[in-house]
Design a protein around this ligand. Structure first.
Ligand SMILES: *Cc1c(COP(=O)(O)O)cnc(C)c1O
Length: 387
């Protein structure tokens, strides 16, 4: 059939065009995209500002390598550091690579403290990527199955359980805690409001780095540009990707203070990382966040979704709970009453794009979604799980 390796099992649909919240397939049918290419095209498909940046840059220069200075990369670093209150950035090409850089920084930090076998705490059910280091960090056995030996430096703690981290305070080999502000791949798991604050408190007390994997939950997804802004904290390391380029592959590992000083010439690199084209796109993305009311729209549409959802589904026996922060949406279903494995295909038939993890529907619609589109979304959800 296809010459592609079998690691994916794509649905039988090919999209040829996208605009805002809508995708058009090769038959000309239109779909409401409530997944945004897994939290990537946060500003909607083919956002004109990003497209213009890409077109302009592609007519000038695509790539030079990091052997030379790259103007767009320096500009983007400055803007990102300003917005996130961080000191330095390393640009990668994906979320896994941004996290990989964070893990390497944690290792160098361990060296600086004469720790030979450093440990990083990560959470159960977490997702940090598919490279060897990041799949070892990931707290899901389905991601790790078949790939042992895993890297042994990760100890998995329960997410949203501060006591468990506290209890490990006496372990002198721990150098960092790495968590998602909200767990995405786990099905949108939102911790207690002060979870990150408490984790940071423990990190500070013990001299551990706080690494936030904001790959999915940042870039406006929760109604703030960065998810941890809700907690008013600044981590030591912040990893971004997905929405950063609105569809072009770019990742970033931002660091502050001591963590920002670990990488020295020759210790890390990437051929493509932060090239003129992808950084042009990310500059366009930041331009939109700073000069439009897109974050206000996230908060308004989040409230609107909640109220419309409650109206339609308050007596629904299939739904256990709605988990929502901004436009990061998880719907917990009763898997005894509904076959969750069929939902993605049923939604697709009704021209709705969603994701299902375990017994949860996950939705990450474009942040520019309108009331009318939320109405369409809720009505399609009703067709899917209403009764
Ligand atoms: C998607 C994701 C990653 C991995 O990103 P890739 O670009 O696929 O490597 C890492 N962490 C989180 C939280 C993610 O959601």
């Amino acid at each position: 059939m296809s010459n592609l390796m079998s690691n994916y099992s794509p649905l039988e649909v090919t999209f040829v065009k996208g605009e805002g919240c809508w995708l058009t397939d090769s038959e000309g049918d239109e779909y409401l995209d409530a997944l945004s290419g897994i939290g990537v095209v946060n500003l909607g498909h083919c956002h004109p500002t990003v497209t213009k940046k890409l077109v302009d840059q592609s007519q000038k220069l695509l790539h030079t390598s990091n052997v030379y200075r790259i103007d767009n990369q320096e500009k983007l670093a400055k803007e990102l550091c300003g917005l996130a209150n961080m000191d330095k950035v390393f640009f990668a090409n994906s979320g896994a690579e941004a996290n990989e850089a964070a893990i390497k920084i944690a290792r160098l930090y361990a060296r600086s403290k004469d720790i030979d076998n450093p440990i990083i705490l990560t959470a159960s059910q977490s997702f940090h990527g598919r490279t060897m280091a990041t799949l070892s960090a990931t707290g899901q056995s389905k991601v790790q199955a078949g790939f042992s030996p895993l890297m042994s430096e990760f100890i998995h703690i329960n997410y949203d359980d501060v006591d468990e981290i506290s209890k490990l305070s006496s372990n002198k080999d721990i150098v960092a805690v790495m968590v998602e502000p909200i767990q995405g791949e786990a099905g949108v798991i939102i911790p207690k409001d002060d979870y990150l604050n408490k984790v940071q408190g423990i990190c500070k007390k013990n001299g551990w780095l706080l690494i936030l994997d904001g790959v999915q939950s940042c870039m406006g997804r929760t109604g703030k540009l960065f998810a941890h802004e809700h907690n008013e904290i600044t981590p030591d390391i912040l990893c971004l990707a997905k929405g950063l380029g609105n569809g072009v592959p770019i990742g970033a590992c931002l660091a502050k203070g001591v963590a920002s000083k670990m990488l020295t010439p020759g210790t890390h690199g990437s051929t493509f990382g932060g090239n003129p084209l992808v950084t042009a796109a990310a500059l366009g993305v930041l331009d939109v966040f700073q000069n439009t009311k897109v974050l206000d729209n996230v908060n308004e549409m989040s409230d609107y979704f909640k109220s419309e959802f409650d109206k339609k589904f308050s007596n629904n026996k299939l739904i256990k709970e709605l988990r929502i922060k901004g436009l990061m949406i998880g719907i917990g279903l009763d898997s005894d009453k509904i076959d969750c494995t069929k939902l993605v295909k049923r939604a697709l038939k009704d021209k709705l794009l969603i994701n299902v993890t375990g017994s949860s529907i996950r939705m990450l619609p474009p942040l520019i979604i309108t009331k009318q589109e939320i109405d369409t979304l809720v009505s399609k959800l009703f067709t899917l799980i209403g009764n």
